[in-house]
Design a binder for this molecule. Structure first.
Ligand code: AHR
Length: 500
């Protein structure tokens, strides 16, 4: 058995975690909306046709903010198509995903859905085929109280009170050639600046997210961020990051190391933000909205063969394995390690489309393997993140060197006097004894231990076997004064809750 040591100290904090780090994303893509959150004929449908069984699981995760309506979809979207009487709404071809968009759900319905899910909306505007004026109109429609054309239109549509949407994304992945209305950094920077000005003139209380690179591997990264921020530094509050990982060559050791790449991506973008800040003699700091992150690769082949122009096609329906869940757990640890700068993050996506929640049309809803680390971290990872000092053996993988087998983050919740330790063991062969030294905490007591392991690293939860992969509760944590000892089994995700 290997041995590792982790040191935390109550005084060595990273930051108070912004709850929005546990956000998610719903795009008009595949079956995320239609037969995902909305299925009027489903036995569990509520008065608006939303699936109650889906609400239950979304509420269990306690998702604070949900990005909407895209993604690539937003770059061709006319928001006006999705408001007003449903029978008058146009049916459109969605060029992003080569599907049919019926527009039965739009801004107002989604805001209502989010409210019922105890969440907030993070709205994206179309900077692909449209521009500043349409974005400004949408802010007016959503957030202006009354007495103007668009605010009164909202009221006419049955929504008397403004939606007060706080966070807005200035387009989506504008650096990618696949994007409708793809732009150079100069072109995007200019239009984002002009759009931001107009949106904030309508509602100065909103926060704005500029598009960063759609991945660390993009040829224009990180110059894209620098150029975009040169144009928008004074207008925006966040820059976006997106990343997806896959175990393409069935090289699990390499796949498990991917959260280190995410870490490097975040560090580089922080440096770029601070470089532009220095250059502009800026006072404010640009923070990070990691508004798309996840594992995504299982469905790629099926999607290449998908019939075009279907309504609610089963696109991006990754059925996740146990090893995917460990990568997701590792990505969450990485995000929390950067909670001083990552203020918003959205697991992409929430239902059916590369998602922790999977629905069967007319049938049940299931929790995928990746649901569990996301749910536990979101529910119990609220408070202040502590700086981890980790002594662990390391390995080299094909693309990444010096990968520690053990990774961890701790979150202290001062109100509840609770310390929660999250950790993974990437070792495929050996368990590890983990000694955790906790400085500054007194009278440490055991509350709960959750261990997520499985003999089959490719095991999945499916509609036929929905509870195939679920975490276990244990109680084999030894506490002696300020020292806590436990075992992180081989390939595992772990949570230990302590009171102090
Ligand atoms: O989340 C799926 C897609 O991934 C989004 O539409 C796009 O922004 C990204 O490329």
């Amino acid at each position: 058995m290997k041995k590792a040591k982790i040191i935390y100290n109550q005084d060595y904090s990273i930051a108070k975690i912004d709850n929005r780090i546990y956000g998610s994303f719903i795009e008009h893509l595949g079956r995320a909306v239609y037969t995902g959150i909305y299925e009027p004929d489903h036995p569990s449908a509520d008065d608006m046709g939303f699936r109650r069984d889906v609400f239950e699981i979304v509420k269990e995760i306690n998702v604070p903010i949900i990005r909407y309506p895209g993604g690539n979809f937003v770059s061709g979207y006319r928001w006006e198509d999705g408001v007003g009487p449903v029978e008058e709404r146009p049916i459109r071809p969605d060029l992003a995903w080569r599907a049919i968009e019926p527009n039965k759900i739009g801004t107002n319905e989604f805001v209502e859905w989010a409210k019922r899910a105890n969440s907030e909306v993070m709205m994206a505007v179309n900077l692909g085929t449209r521009g500043p004026e349409d974005a400004k109109n949408l802010v007016e429609y959503c957030n202006f109280e009354k007495g103007t054309y668009y605010s009164d239109l909202r009221r006419k549509h049955g929504y008397e009170k403004p939606h007060n949407i706080k966070v807005w994304c200035l387009g989506n992945e504008m650096d990618g050639d696949w994007q409708i209305g793809h732009k150079t950094a100069e072109e995007y920077g200019r239009v984002a600046h002009e759009t931001a000005k107009m949106m904030k003139w309508v509602d100065p209380t909103i926060e704005l997210v500029a598009c960063g690179s759609s991945g660390r591997g993009m040829p224009t990264f990180p110059q894209w961020e620098a150029t975009v921020l040169e144009h928008t530094y004074n207008d925006v509050d966040y820059i976006s990051l997106h990343t997806y990982y896959g175990n393409y060559d069935n090289d699990t050791k390499n796949f498990l190391a991917k959260p280190l790449e995410m870490d490097d991506f975040i560090k580089t973008v922080i440096s770029v933000c601070d470089f532009v800040k220095a250059k502009k003699r800026g006072k404010k700091t640009i923070n990070i909205s990691f508004d798309e992150w996840n594992v995504w690769y299982h469905s790629n082949e099926a999607d290449r063969n998908m019939e075009p122009w279907m309504e609610a096609p089963p696109l991006l329906e990754d059925i996740y394995t146990f090893e995917d869940a460990i990568v997701v757990g590792g990505m969450l640890i990485t995000l929390l390690k950067h909670s001083d700068r990552v203020k918003i993050a959205c697991q992409a996506q929430l239902v059916n489309v590369i998602a922790p929640i999977f629905t069967v049309k007319g049938g049940p809803v299931i929790k995928q393997t990746i649901y569990y680390p996301y749910m536990y971290t979101s529910v119990f990872g609220r408070g202040t993140a502590l700086m981890p000092i980790i002594h662990s053996e390391k390995y080299d993988s094909k693309e990444i060197t010096d990968v520690p087998y053990i990774d961890s983050i701790a979150v202290v919740n001062e109100e509840k006097r609770e310390l929660v330790i999250f950790g993974i063991n990437r070792d495929l062969e050996e368990d590890s004894i983990v000694e955790i030294n906790l400085g500054g905490f007194e009278n440490i007591q055991f509350k709960e231990q959750v261990v997520y392991i499985n003999d089959d690293i490719k095991a999945k939860n499916t509609p036929d076997n929905p509870n195939n992969v679920i975490p276990q509760k244990r109680n084999d944590v030894k506490i002696e004064g300020s020292s806590v000892e436990c075992v992180f089994p081989k390939l595992s995700w772990n949570m230990i809750r302590l009171s102090y």
